[in-house]
Design a protein around this ligand. Structure first.
Ligand code: EZ4
Ligand code: CO
Length: 401
């Protein structure tokens, strides 16, 4: 079997997605997600101009060798653009291998370790009352785990809270700017979670995304103040570049910590995992080198009782979601999978076998990863540039968004 051709499909059914399609000489094809929010065309070019020419004629079954070839062979290792491109190739090759085997992908990884993949939903409200109501709506829909984000009094725009009906972080045109106040947020956050527990009781797993906004000592204060509400996790409490910062947070709080949605390799995770500075690793199929590399990260994490909590916002396409659900059904140290539903236009462009039932998702039993792309429909949604916002302090200082 040989790789005959490969193409990059850029489409914007509601938001931008980059998809790689690899076609074999036997007619079987596979697809992989290559979307890097706000930097989409860099990955598209990396694939088209530098990766695809190296793939033609190769045996698609040699997934590991092709992964090593693209990683070591580029000389320039790691980075979000490179690793998203490698991930797309890897995901498409696993799709092909599973289709040829006539098996759903999770069977090739080692089979199901559980009956379904617990997912968490996003409950976003403009204030406490609205967020408490949104949490209630997701409980009614059957979700066992819910992330809560709320508008903060005194701040006009906050991460995770929708301006319109749906929350979508990227906006068309140039980056939006928002003003951030750590003081307002730290005073507010415990009140939000107190109200949620008072109304909805101890049952639901509650999650919260700090989105890199705090310094280590502020994150320690937040974690401590949230302890009475027993969060499932506090996500990205501080940027994870200088990872020693997490030691300081750990000295002060037992609120579990999840980090890693911006990570692209096992080297970003290694020290946090081996020093037991985090409890959940957020690395995803698309941004961390595909199934082949994510499996390596999860296996390292398992040694330290760190569990998976893969990123799954709407900027990770249904192709990534499908692959993530196969991965999550298998991975022994599974924690939770993020689920932010795509809009109907996106779902129509990417027909998929995965389904939601009573708080759990299942990848389905279709051979491969079970997600396809309707190329004709995709072509009716041309690329539409969009950026993630930036945050500034009240005096104009650029902050972490
Ligand atoms: O801001 O995916 O936990 N989820 C998140 C996301 C990220 C976006 C960035 O593209 O933090 O909403
Ligand atoms: Co996040």
């Amino acid at each position: 079997m040989k790789i005959l051709s490969a193409s990059v499909i850029v489409t914007s059914p509601g938001r931008n997605f980059v998809t790689l399609k690899i076609v074999t000489d036997e007619g079987v094809y596979g697809i992989g997600d290559a979307t890097l929010n706000g930097r989409e065309l860099a990955v598209a070019s990396y694939l088209k101009d530098h990766v695809i020419p190296c793939l033609i004629g190769r045996d698609p079954h040699r997934i590991e060798d092709i992964w090593q070839y693209l990683y070591k062979g580029a000389y320039w290792r790691r980075g979000p653009v490179t690793m998203s491109a490698i991930a797309a190739v890897d995901t498409a090759l696993w799709d092909i291998k599973a289709k040829v085997a006539g098996l759903p992908l999770y069977q090739l990884l080692g089979g199901a370790s559980r009956s379904g993949v617990m997912v968490y939903a996003h409950a976003n409200g403009r204030d406490v009352a609205e967020t408490v109501d949104r949490v209630g709506e997701y409980i009614e829909k059957g979700y066992k785990a819910i992330r809560a984000q709320s508008g903060v009094p005194g701040l006009s725009g906050v991460y995770g809270v929708a301006k319109g009906k749906f929350y979508e972080p990227a906006t068309r045109g140039l980056p939006e700017e928002s003003v951030w106040s750590t003081e307002a947020y730290l005073d507010f956050a415990p009140k939000l979670f107190e109200a949620i527990r008072v109304k909805h009781g101890p049952g639901p797993h509650l999650l919260h995304d700090v989105h890199h906004r705090l310094t280590p000592i502020e994150a320690a204060r937040l974690g401590k103040s949230l302890e009475p509400y027993r969060l499932f996790w506090m996500e990205d409490p501080t940027p994870a570049e200088n990872q020693d910062c997490f030691r300081l947070i750990r000295q002060h709080t037992v609120t579990p910590i999840a980090v890693g949605e911006v990570f692209n390799s096992i080297w970003d995770c290694k020290d946090l995992i081996t020093n037991q500075l985090i409890d959940f690793v957020r690395a995803s199929v698309v941004h961390a080198g595909g199934i082949t590399h994510l499996r390596r990260i999860a296996d390292l994490a398992a040694l330290y009782q760190v569990r998976t909590g893969c990123h799954g916002a709407t900027d990770l396409s249904p192709v990534c979601m499908g692959a993530a659900l196969h991965f999550g059904l298998w991975v022994p140290n599974f924690g939770v999978q993020e689920h932010m539903a795509h809009c109907p236009e996106t779902d129509a462009v990417f027909p998929h076998a995965y389904r939601f039932e009573d708080g759990y998702m299942h990848p389905g039993e279709v051979p491969g990863h079970g997600v396809d792309i309707d190329e004709e429909l995709a072509a009716t949604y041309p690329y539409n540039p969009a950026y993630l916002p930036v945050a500034r302090l009240a005096d104009g200082t650029l902050w972490n968004w």
